[in-house]
Design a protein around this ligand. Structure first.
Ligand code: MRU
Length: 354
């Protein structure tokens, strides 16, 4: 069944000892890959949004660790562990909110701990990063199918930011649900917020959906209230950068507002994310670090000033939606309806068994 789903984009690949990232800053104008041989350059690429989206950031960082091992191996460095750890620390400092980054780097640390040499570390970390990439795509296909089952045919959906192939290893989380549901004829129309200030919705989601043959209507965030009041939309479907143990969910700035609007208008609200996005060590949303990005991202558009000199910008990249506003958290290990601490904890055992 899955083979027939529209799914043709892959943002991350490792080939011939180098990492290739589709440069998402250039989309939709140009589809160009950048080549990376150095872990520090990958950390900069994550910070600068060449690659973005929580799972994609984690996977890119995992491959960056391979690059660090490769450099240490080719230099026959006696202190190879310290060199690789420095690279990991640099990657950890790239973006603070998406927990998948820290999850992926912890997994790489565990692999490194069992390696006797840098050569061996290069081989084993590469195998682990490739496994992570394949597992992410498989997880997205599973959660996509599970989320689609919740959608009764005949209504539209609204999504926010980009949660698709571009934001993951492939297929996507919220967009994975939308891909699956669209293929099953359950969705009448897809609406996507443009998602200021980076315009992930306009530049990436619209491009990705059209690339895979799914029509889309774009709207300014300010139009979401009217859309939800119109009665056309059955579900708002979003991804997540970090889900706290009680279900509070950090996602792209504007998500919280959408959840409030959805509740007000009787529209259901779905968060779709792999279990690697759940942070059981953070009790609730107040403990999630929220990245503040440069003011210039708000004050400029495409490099041109849109505000008068002297105006200041306020630019949190994420906000936190309280669990009580979420109807379902959809993961590859199951759907948690009306999420709370106890219901989410039920996912812990299967995660530990993985
Ligand atoms: O700043 P970004 O583009 O990295 O933010 C991405 C998001 O907020 C996505 O909605 C989230 O990572 C889920 S992606 C599967």
């Amino acid at each position: 069944m899955n083979e027939t789903l529209p799914d043709t984009i892959r943002p991350i690949r490792f080939d011939g000892g180098a990492l290739y990232l589709l440069d998402q800053r250039r989309l939709p104008g140009a589809m160009r890959e950048n080549r990376y041989d150095d872990a520090g350059d990958v950390a900069a690429a994550i910070r600068d949004m060449v690659v973005r989206g929580a799972p994609a950031i984690g996977i890119a960082a995992a491959f960056a660790v391979v690059l660090a091992c490769r450099s240490a191996a080719s230099a026959a460095a006696a202190d190879w562990r310290a060199q690789v750890e420095r690279a990991i620390a640099q990657l950890e400092a790239s973006r603070p909110t998406a927990v998948n980054l820290f999850w992926a780097l912890d997994r790489m640390r565990a692999v490194l701990a069992a390696c006797p040499s840098a050569d061996e570390a290069e081989v084993r970390t590469l195998a682990e990063a490739q496994r992570m990439l394949a597992a992410d795509i498989a997880a997205n296909r599973r959660l996509g199918a599970a989320g689609a089952e919740l959608i009764e045919p005949g209504r539209a959906v609204l999504t926010h930011c980009n949660t698709g192939s571009l934001a993951t290893g492939g297929f996507g989380t919220a967009l994975g649900v939308i891909r699956s549901a669209w293929a099953q004829g359950r969705i009448r129309e897809v609406f996507a917020d443009e998602t200021r200030p980076w315009l992930q919705g306009a530049r990436l989601t619209a491009w990705e959906l059209l690339h895979d043959g799914i029509p889309v209507h774009l709207l300014c965030e300010g139009a979401a209230a009217s859309l939800l009041r119109s009665g056309q939309v059955g579900w708002v479907i979003v991804g997540a950068d970090r889900i706290a143990a009680n279900g509070d969910t950090a996602n792209k700035i504007g998500t919280y507002g959408l959840a409030l609007l959805a509740r007000e208008h009787g529209v259901r609200f779905m968060v779709a994310a792999p279990v690697s996005t759940i942070d059981f060590d953070t009790a609730d949303g107040s403990g999630i670090p929220i990245e503040m990005r440069p003011e210039s991202e708000v004050l400029e558009l495409g490099g041109r000033a849109i505000a008068p000199p002297g105006a200041r910008g306020w630019n949190p990249a994420f906000d936190v939606t309280p669990a009580r506003l979420i109807d379902a958290i959809v993961t590859e290990l199951g759907v948690v309806q009306q999420p709370d601490r106890a219901r989410l904890a039920a996912l812990r055992e299967p995660i530990a068994a993985q």
